[in-house]
Write a protein that binds this ligand. Structure first.
Ligand SMILES: Nc1ncnc2c1ncn2[C@@H]1O[C@H](COP(=O)(O)OP(=O)(O)OP(=O)(O)O)[C@@H](O)[C@H]1O
Length: 444
């Protein structure tokens, strides 16, 4: 049975004649990742608010997990909502609490012991890349960092379902990539994710299920879908893209989280806090293990089209894309290579002039430039996209240290993404899927 079932659901707001949602039939299985797309006012937020039981349907049935939302007593609602993680734009962080306190609060309201809070909060903050920011208040954080706190807060309890309304709204593409990495990793632990978005690049890269709303109706429900609807936005290119996406190799949404997978039965027997701890570890591992995830790799490639990774020549193994977005533009790389060549040339001249001592210098210089942790900040800060190095020196150095500690696999040409083509001036089609990689359905 589907985890989320909506049958013939209508929603008409008071003082409104036109339904915001009309005859919605939607069934979402455990572990699914669903994008809700559609023009402004099409009903995406309304649908999410019905699922959160923030609004009540005017007609139809909504069942989420074991709950029948239409028959739920008011006093049950808070408990129900605690089983759902949500990242909504108007659910702001508590402004007078620090990052740590905001996340801890989500645990405290469900009665988690102080010692469990003390052990869980740093883990979840590390997972979302916020180490070193624990004592900051929300107004001292960038938009992307605030969004990461919101996500940390939303999943620290291991919700079965995570609802996200435009979680990348107002964020630059590279920061959005970081947010998507976390949401995707959460999904790979078995959490069902339903995300409303206007972000075409994310939807086209991730190739998850796409449900499109139009004037309150579901007009498309597409597995491994794309952003555009050929039906409602007829355009030859869009139709071709959709056709390519549908006929292309659809990939499974989930991959197992590997070594630390825990069966649903095992999870069920554990205390809530222990479950949360395991899931936080799973998300952490999913983010750091480099387990192949084509959607995120494609998104990283798309976001960095025309750029090379911070640590490598082109986006290839997944762990090298986990940079919270910083990339070097091709121009920067060329300039850097020219610089390196210049450094190479100078000692050559010196060799001619002064003998073998300079040859040693040449070798050292090359060694330095190939060391991923040695790229000076100034290189990354001239990327042409908003640099996180300027805004988040702490996070960047933590990231560099973390990445440096990840053992890097030997170069494997079968896993490498091809170098990103330059972005076409017109609307890009969905990138072709890379060679299929092993994946299994997420289990909970
Ligand atoms: N609280 C409300 N009271 C009355 N009408 C509302 C309310 N909330 C939403 N609506 C209306 O319901 C329709 C759907 O709105 P909704 O916010 O769900 O759309 P959306 O697809 O999420 O839009 P956007 O992409 O701009 O966020 C719109 O016509 C909107 O004006």
């Amino acid at each position: 049975m589907a985890l989320i079932s909506m049958d013939h659901v209508n929603k008409i707001y008071p003082n409104s004649t036109r339904p915001a949602l009309a005859d919605i039939d939607l069934h979402i299985d455990r572990g699914d990742f669903v994008f809700l797309v559609g023009a402004s006012g099409s009903g995406k937020t309304s649908l999410l608010r019905l699922l959160l039981r923030e609004e009540e349907a005017t007609g139809g049935d909504i069942r989420v997990g074991g709950y029948d939302l239409r028959r739920m007593a008011g006093k049950q609602v808070p408990q129900y909502r605690r089983s759902i993680g949500f990242v909504f734009q108007d659910y702001k962080l508590l402004p007078n609490k620090t990052v740590w306190e905001n996340v801890a609060f989500a645990l405290e309201v469900i009665g988690t012991s102080r010692s469990a809070v003390r052990s869980l909060v740093p883990k979840v903050l590390k997972t979302v890349g916020l180490e070193g920011k624990e004592k900051k208040k929300p107004n001292e954080l960038s938009g992307g960092e605030q969004q990461r706190v919101t996500i940390a807060r939303a999943y620290v309890n291991h919700p079965q379902i995570l609802l996200a309304d435009e979680p990348t709204g107002n964020l630059d593409p590279t920061t959005s990539l970081g947010i998507m990495e976390v949401l995707d990793a959460i999904n790979r632990t078995g959490t069902t994710v339903v995300m409303a978005t206007h972000n075409e690049e994310i939807v086209n890269s991730m190739r998850k299920r796409v449900v499109e709303l139009h004037a309150g109706h579901i007009v498309r429900d597409q597995a491994a879908g794309v952003y555009d609807s050929a039906l409602y936005f007829p355009d030859g290119q869009v139709a071709a893209n959709a056709h390519e996406a549908i006929s292309g190799e659809a990939t499974s949404a989930g991959t197992s989280v590997g070594r630390h997978s825990v069966s649903a039965e095992q999870l069920g027997k554990l205390e809530r806090v222990d479950r949360a701890r395991i899931v936080v570890d799973q998300v952490d591992e999913a983010l750091r293990s480099g387990a192949p995830d084509e959607g995120i790799a494609r998104l990283a490639q798309s976001v960095h089209a025309g750029k090379t990774g911070r640590y490598g020549e082109a986006f290839a193994p997944l762990e090298e894309t986990l940079t919270w977005g910083t990339g070097l533009s091709l121009e920067d790389m060329e300039a850097k290579e020219a610089d390196d060549d210049g450094q190479d040339a100078a000692p050559d001249e010196a060799v001619a002039a002064a003998g073998a001592e300079a040859a040693v210098t040449t070798g050292d210089s090359e060694g330095d430039t190939s060391d991923e942790t040695q790229i000076p900040d100034s290189d990354a800060s001239v990327t042409g996209t908003p640099s996180r190095d300027e805004a988040e020196p702490d996070a960047q150095s933590a990231e560099a240290a973390r990445t440096a500690s990840i053992p890097r696999p030997p170069a494997d040409p079968t896993q490498a993404m091809p170098p990103a083509p330059p972005k076409p001036p017109t609307r890009p089609g969905p990138p072709r899927p890379p060679a299929s990689q092993p994946s299994t359905s997420a289990q909970e």
